[in-house]
Every structure is written in structure tokens, then in C-alpha cells.
Design a protein around this ligand. Structure first.
Ligand SMILES: N[C@@H](CCC(=O)N[C@@H](CS)C(=O)NCC(=O)O)C(=O)O
Length: 338
């Protein structure tokens, strides 16, 4: 009986929080924009230029959601958030979604009351040191001082790695990412640790990027993706399928350049459903059937976003690696749009 009462109470709480949190899509439509939580400036992921225009693969996910939900990828307002601030901003409703190099973990997905809508970048944690230290492997870091951002998965992985290898280290912690970079650049620590993509991005900001090397060890899994609140399945679906639409478009060879031609002429049933020529994919999501057409036309497919933001021809110079499509040996896989 006691157990049953407990279960009923838990169900009631869930129902209340669901009701309180539902309706993000309606809110977004009413105000006319998506409020998206991003980083405070991480090149390639979410970064403002001098005019305040935000770009990057995380920014593209925010824009894709705006294109799907509102038909206009420009209808996004960005809230820069530190690692520590980000979850409270989402939980409190200050932002509609987070797209901020955030690692999907069990605790975040459950105890923090959040839902991860997918993975837009598969990553892992690494270490960077000055080349002149002559260090070739993270196993040589015994006794090192390590600069790290608080409020991240990075902190725990760091201590796990050193503990597992019976080594000691001194953490030098900061809340703001730029403080970490500045401290590392000024020699206040021997090592900078964060996601490998973050190292590639932050390295650009160092006085002499060439004087530093990223060590080969990858010490964790960091699947990074967009996040929404628990209890609003319609909005969760909208964010999830916006990301899948970018991936599906790449898989089907649909780009921002050829999307009009594909829409008019393609006989591939996947393309026709994706672009709203057949079926009611958009309607099922609570949007227009040209939701994915708008994403691809205005934002591009996943590969286009990757290439212009973080790919080999950008300052970050990252290979597709695990972020290649599944059919090319990578992990990126869109659920079927049908
Ligand atoms: N993926 C990790 C780390 C995320 C993180 O906040 N990394 C820092 C270092 S790259 C960062 O994004 N800094 C940029 C900023 O705070 O604006 C997590 O979710 O905890």
C-alpha cells in the first residue's frame, strides 16, 4: 500500500511538472523566435562575430529548429551561458533549448530533468600542453597542474583518469572558458583539458597556437547534443527531428544549393517525404510540411554545417571521423523520416 501511495504521488508530481513545462512550441510561435542557450564563444560551435552574428554547428541546430518551427532560420535569439549556468537557464525557462557543446550523461538526462535530443558532435576529452615540454603522452603528466572549466564533465573525467593511473595532479579551475585559456596561455598551468573539439577551438585563441600540441589520448566519451526540458514531448520531437533532417538531407544528397531542384524533380521517396512533396511529416511534428525544406534551404545539411564550421578547411581543421555518416563508417545516423 505504502509503495502504491508513493508511486501515485510520484505520478502526480510528474503530471504537474509535465503540464507546467509543456507548450514550448506554442510559446515560441507566440513570441516569434527561439531562445537558444549557447556558449560564451567557442569557435566552430557557437561564436559571435564582431557584428554579433552567431555561427557554428551548435548555432546551426538552433537555426534549424527555428526554420522548422517558424519557417525562418533567422528567428533565433542567443543567450551566452557558462558551463555552470547552462542547466539552470534551461530548467527555469530562460531559454527554450540548449545547443552548447553539452555532453549527454545519465545524470543530466534524469536528475537534472532534461532530455537530450540527439548528438550533433561525437567527441572525447583530451589534453593540450606546450610543445617545448617535450611531452608525448598523457601518461607523462604525473604531478602536472591542469587548467579546467568548472561545471563540466571535464572535471570528473580528469580526476578519474589520474586516479585510475595512480598519478597526482593539481587542478586550476575557472568558471569562464576564456579565463581557462588565458591562464593556460600565461603558463599558470602545464596542461589544458577539455573536449578535443574544444581544444582545437580554444587553441586558435592562444598567442602562438603552433607552440602547443594536443596529446593522443582520448580519455572519455563526450557525445555533444542539443537539450530540452523534461515534460514537453512536442518540443523534444521538434528539436530531435530538426537535427535528423539535417543528417537525412546529407544522406540523401540534398544540399542548400540543390534543394529546389530536388524538391521539384527528385523521384527518391525519401527525398520527397523529407521535402514535403509526399506525406505529412511536418504536420505530424506540429509544423508545416516544408519544415525540412526550410532547414536545408536556409541552414544546409549536416555535412555543409560541419564543413563550414569545424571541418578540415576551417581554423579548427577537424576531420569527420566519428561524425561521418553511418554509411561512410561514422556514427551519425538519422532515424527514418517516414
Ligand atoms: N562537453 C563538456 C564540456 C563543455 C564546456 O563547457 N566546455 C568549455 C571548454 S571548451 C566551454 O564550452 N567553454 C566555452 C564557453 O564557456 O563559452 C560538458 O558538457 O560538460
Amino acid at each position: 500500500m505504502k509503495v502504491l501511495k508513493g508511486l501515485l504521488a510520484a505520478a502526480a508530481v510528474t503530471a504537474i511538472s509535465t503540464a507546467a513545462m509543456a507548450g514550448t512550441l506554442d510559446d515560441v510561435r507566440a513570441k516569434g523566435f527561439v531562445q537558444c542557450g549557447v556558449s560564451q564563444g567557442l569557435p566552430g560551435f557557437s561564436n559571435p562575430d564582431q557584428q554579433g552574428n552567431w555561427t557554428g554547428i551548435d548555432v546551426d541546430v538552433c537555426r534549424a529548429v527555428a526554420a522548422a518551427a517558424l519557417g525562418d532560420a533567422s528567428k533565433v535569439k542567443f543567450t551566452p551561458l557558462s558551463a555552470k549556468e547552462r542547466f539552470t537557464a534551461l530548467q527555469s525557462g530562460e531559454v527554450d533549448m540548449l545547443s552548447r557543446n553539452t555532453t549527454w550523461t545519465l545524470v543530466r538526462d534524469t536528475a537534472l530533468g532534461l532530455n537530450f535530443a540527439g548528438v550533433n558532435y561525437y567527441d572525447g576529452q583530451g589534453f593540450m600542453v606546450r610543445k617545448d615540454l617535450g611531452i608525448k603522452s598523457a601518461m607523462e603528466l604525473e604531478g602536472a597542474s591542469v587548467c579546467v572549466n568548472i561545471g563540466t564533465t571535464t572535471e570528473l573525467n580528469l580526476s578519474d583518469f589520474f586516479r585510475a593511473n595512480g598519478m597526482k595532479f593539481n587542478p586550476v579551475v575557472f568558471e569562464k572558458a576564456d579565463e581557462v585559456v588565458a591562464a593556460y596561455d600565461a603558463g599558470r598551468c602545464d596542461v589544458y583539458t577539455t573536449d578535443q573539439s574544444g581544444l582545437a577551438a580554444q587553441r586558435i585563441k592562444l598567442a602562438d597556437p603552433e607552440a602547443h600540441v594536443i596529446l593522443p589520448e582520448i580519455i572519455s566519451k563526450e557525445p555533444l547534443g542539443p537539450v530540452v526540458r523534461h515534460g514537453d514531448d512536442q518540443w523534444f520531437d521538434m528539436v530531435k527531428w530538426s537535427l535528423y533532417a539535417m543528417l537525412e538531407a546529407e544522406e540523401d544528397g540534398v544540399t542548400s544549393k540543390n534543394v529546389d531542384d530536388m524538391k521539384a524533380n527528385s523521384e527518391n521517396p525519401n527525398v520527397r517525404r523529407l521535402l514535403g512533396v509526399e506525406g505529412d511529416m511536418g504536420k505530424n511534428l506540429g509544423a508545416d510540411n516544408d519544415w525540412a525544406y526550410n532547414i536545408v534551404k536556409q541552414v544546409g545539411n549536416y555535412g555543409e554545417s560541419f564543413d563550414r564550421s569545424v571541418g578540415p578547411n576551417t581554423a579548427l581543421g577537424l576531420e569527420r571521423g566519428q561524425n561521418a555518416l553511418w554509411k561512410d563508417g561514422g556514427l551519425q545516423y538519422a532515424m527514418p523520416i517516414r
